[in-house]
Design a protein around this ligand. Structure first.
Ligand SMILES: Cc1ncc(COP(=O)(O)O)c(C=O)c1O
Length: 331
């Protein structure tokens, strides 16, 4: 049996590859390995959430499918979270709960593109996005890294990359890997650019909860659903990465199509993940805010050390979410 040839051309998952380099190695206490390769919150979920989950896991109804798009009461709770964070946001019908941001991204691509279409993607790109595009036969068109804008997109460059095959402009903000975060006016410019070409702006906002302020005002446009698709990862927000909790937020039209894929792909986000998400959205704003402050302090300290060490590197970009300093090799 032969795998599809186009898949063989895709790189192997890089984090798996990097972990292989250190497989079996023990790092001494005085020289621990600092793992910066994967953005996993270094802290546990909130203790009250873990306590709540004990009840969830002993309730037999937690083990049953939910509607494809997620439980209505959970989606409702998520819409309230958006109202607080973005001062506006999707309705429950513009929201499908997914197996992490990763699956939301696949849903978005499948709903918007066909093989041979193009998506403009800002470099340096998040590796999973590239892998997804390539697996689906969608052509990534790269917007080069621009040190003069600290890695933020250059609107003119993106404009010139739009062709009659372009279906979307894709951006991660805050960016993985650079941390670069677009401001409100750049979000507006990107949205208006997408609108003027009748294409979509896809923002992967996996780290939105850590910017410490309203990320953008796009949801306040009455016509946002026509041209904006938002990818969310609650795994990062509430330290639930292994629970796999994300969402696709888009027009009702797109969500309706996405549910066909959702049903055949995964049916639904797991109920325990949904209930954890609803709990987080309802009760954990303060907990998330404290983590945001801690992350900012880590960032500042890391940046200070980096610059003070006279390493002859130029620091062109850095952002609010630093992965946990996970120490490997310690027993
Ligand atoms: C930019 C970006 N998008 C998506 C993901 C995946 O998120 P999830 O675990 O919710 O699938 C990550 C995880 O590191 C990420 O950095």
């Amino acid at each position: 049996m032969q795998p599809a040839p186009h898949l063989e051309k895709i790189q192997t998952p890089p984090i798996t590859e990097v972990k292989r380099w250190i497989g079996g190695r023990i790092f001494p206490q005085n020289r621990p390995l600092v793992d910066l390769c994967q953005a996993i919150p270094s802290y546990s979920p909130a203790p009250q959430l873990m306590e709540y989950m004990k009840g969830v896991m002993t309730d037999p109804s937690s083990y049953i499918y939910s509607p494809d798009e997620g439980l209505p009461e959970v989606r409702e709770e998520v819409t309230h979270w958006y109202q607080r964070q973005y001062k506006s946001g999707p309705s429950a019908h513009q929201l499908c709960l997914t197996i992490g941001a990763s699956q939301a991204f696949w849903l978005a691509l499948i709903c918007l593109c066909q093989p041979g279409d193009e998506v403009i993607i800002q470099l340096p790109a998040y590796f999973d996005h590239l892998m997804g595009l390539q697996a689906l036969g969608i052509k990534p068109v790269f917007a080069p890294f621009d040190p003069t804008t600290a890695g933020r997109p250059n609107i003119q460059t993106i404009k010139h990359l739009i062709s009659d095959k372009t279906k979307a402009i894709l951006l991660v903000t805050p960016s993985n890997p650079t941390g670069a975060t677009i401001d409100h006016s750049m979000a507006e410019d990107l949205f208006l650019l997408a609108k003027s070409h009748n294409i979509s702006l896809i923002l992967d906002e996996t780290y939105n909860a850590f910017v410490g302020h309203q990320p953008h005002q796009l949801f306040s446009h009455l016509d946002w659903p026509e041209h904006f698709v938002h990818i969310a990862s609650f795994g990062k927000t509430f330290a639930l990465t292994g629970m796999r909790s994300g969402a696709l937020i888009a027009s009702e039209l797109i969500i309706e199509q996405a549910l066909k894929v959702q049903d055949s792909m995964v049916v639904c986000q797991s109920r325990p993940a949904q209930l954890a998400l609803a709990y987080g959205c309802r009760y954990l704003d303060e907990w998330v805010a404290k983590n945001t402050t801690m992350m900012q302090q880590r960032h500042d300290s890391f940046k200070d050390q980096f610059l003070a060490a006279d390493l002859n590197f130029e620091l062109s970009s850095s952002g609010s979410f630093l992965p946990g300093l996970n120490i490997h090799g310690l027993k």
